[in-house]
Design a protein around this ligand. Sequence first.
Ligand code: ASP
Length: 338
Amino acid sequence: MPQQRLFVIYAGGTIGMQAGPNGYAPTPGHLPAELARIAARTPGFPAYTLKEYAPLIDSSNLRPEHWNTMAADIAARYADYDGFVIIHGTDTLAYTASALSFMLENLGKPVIVTGSMVPLSEHPNDAEQNLVDAFHWAAQPQLHEVCVAFNRQLLRGNRSRKLWGAEIGAFGSPNYPILGRVQGHAEFNPALCLPAPRGPFALHTIDAGLHIAGLKLYPGYSVRMIERLLLSDDLAGVVLESYGAGNAPDADTALLAAFAAATERGVVIVNVTQCVSGKVSDSYAAGSVLSRAGLISGQDMTPEAALSKLYYQLSQPKQILGPDDLLSTSLRGELTPR
Ligand code: ASP
């Protein structure tokens, strides 16, 4: 294989943090210097150009504007590089991987998002291994999608979730098999991966000012609070995390009326399960009431994928796409078609 050239975005996260007076914080220049040392001692490490963002962020500060910056940085260099690595904090990494999967249409090259639970500045750490793996996957010409490389696994980005907050294997892909793993040698299953695109690559920036809410059902929710949320100015979309197989209290007519009124006003509400894995189905009476109230089934999408897909979808010109047309359709492998 000819030498691959990668473009690397370093956005922040634990991976490049150092201990300071207020706790761990990213230090500019530290990760790029460490990465150069790792590249020098790792045989076959791909050539790369790195862009360090300023400021580097703890990814809990991430906003949708950052997705536009990252997607635009990739699009601007799309023709010049063979693959892309994004070094990111783990807290919102699954949201970024999901968002980029939608924003980069007809992606023909790997975009691999990684981070770590333990910074490079501490030993032992998971950071070096995650970086080496991410660079390896980003140099695979047979990968055509946004993936997460973490703890020796390769996951589809829009299927990934941070499931374990204190484990080195923090990420899982609860509703889709992992695409690949490193066990002695690195292997991925092409049958599970997205095929090479047929159309030309296209960047879709999102409207970062859209008002999209996340709402989780729980015993004891207040209908008045939910009504107020649904009536709030400029609310464009909601990701509802319902129970089990997409169920909601079918005895609560006030709640269902509030949902129905909101969807009639044009608020797009996507229903996903709050279970770690599983999907929304209409098999229970308590679930079908939500589709009758105008909610769209998110099927087996993760809440992270559903939220970023709403940003993507609601940012498209309305005359081209109606929001309900494609939310239940798999655009980038984010849901399992019925
Ligand atoms: N708070 C950190 C971040 O998301 C956590 C991490 O990177 O693991 O930036």
